[in-house]
Design a protein around this ligand. Sequence first.
Ligand SMILES: C[S@@+](CC[C@H](N)C(=O)[O-])C[C@H]1O[C@@H](n2cnc3c(N)ncnc32)[C@H](O)[C@@H]1O
Length: 292
Amino acid sequence: MLTSVAMRYAGVCAASLMFVLSAMSPAGAAVAVPAPAGEIPTPYLPSTQLDVEELLRVAALGPQDVVVDLGSGDGRIVIAAAKYFGARGFGVDIDEKLVAHANDNARQAGVAGRVQFFHRDIFATDVREATVVTMYLLTPLVNRLRPKLLAELRPGTRIIAHDYGFDGWKPDRTVKIVKTFYLYVVPATVAGKWRLEASLADGDRGYDVDIKQQFQEITGGATVTGGYLPLFETRLNGERISFVIADKQTSYHYEGRVSGSLMEGTVKSGIGNAQTERRWRATRLLPGGEGN
Ligand SMILES: C[S@@+](CC[C@H](N)C(=O)[O-])C[C@H]1O[C@@H](n2cnc3c(N)ncnc32)[C@H](O)[C@@H]1O
């Protein structure tokens, strides 16, 4: 099943890609990646069956998903996504032989109608269609990819990085089962100034809310006459946002969705059978300086 290139590595029970790199000849014969000067190119090392299963489990894959494997090797991740979850997708690799082999494997697995592999550099690949991106690449390449992925992927897209995650972006989830799998959910951009209007049980309320954002981590607060109400329990998952504003001894639990320059949802206050639920909406007044 494996190409001669793959065979070279298939028997290597390496704990990590770095192990393989250090075990390679100084010339790095199997590496054919045009990388910036000084960057160690990512070689071919297939994920094991266990890795593929865990990676797709972390992705919480479904038949509606479009999976894109960046550096797809012999295609095993996208093929498994189609075969076992009914998803579709594609992979790209700079190794032409691996790409041909991956397309053969897709045909043999009976999923060639739903998956395809292209001989293409990751940086020349349009990933906008993806709902799930997988990658098993070395850290420098992963980090260089970050701006491209954040610019192209829609909020809510899951990125699963095998062993090498992004520097400076805290994963939404880390799963360690033999190898490490990092889940990143692409966050909506919410940094900036917003005007929030809510019809609360004790009357209508309007706040000027300032939000600062570091990927999915958000902080901020509402400026009110004579004071500042911080946002508590903030959470941003793709385009879903939640936070709590405590105002006049009542905590208001906001939940909603972000869509460009609009957020809207429901706000709950009170407890038990005294709980009320109302609507809120916020419009962006100014974009924030910092974001993703
Ligand atoms: C560690 S392998 C992972 C293969 C597969 N994703 C898997 O998990 O089994 C990394 C793959 O990325 C490919 N690759 C490295 N740099 C690339 C680039 N700039 N563009 C496209 N593919 C690249 C390599 O040829 C190699 O096949």
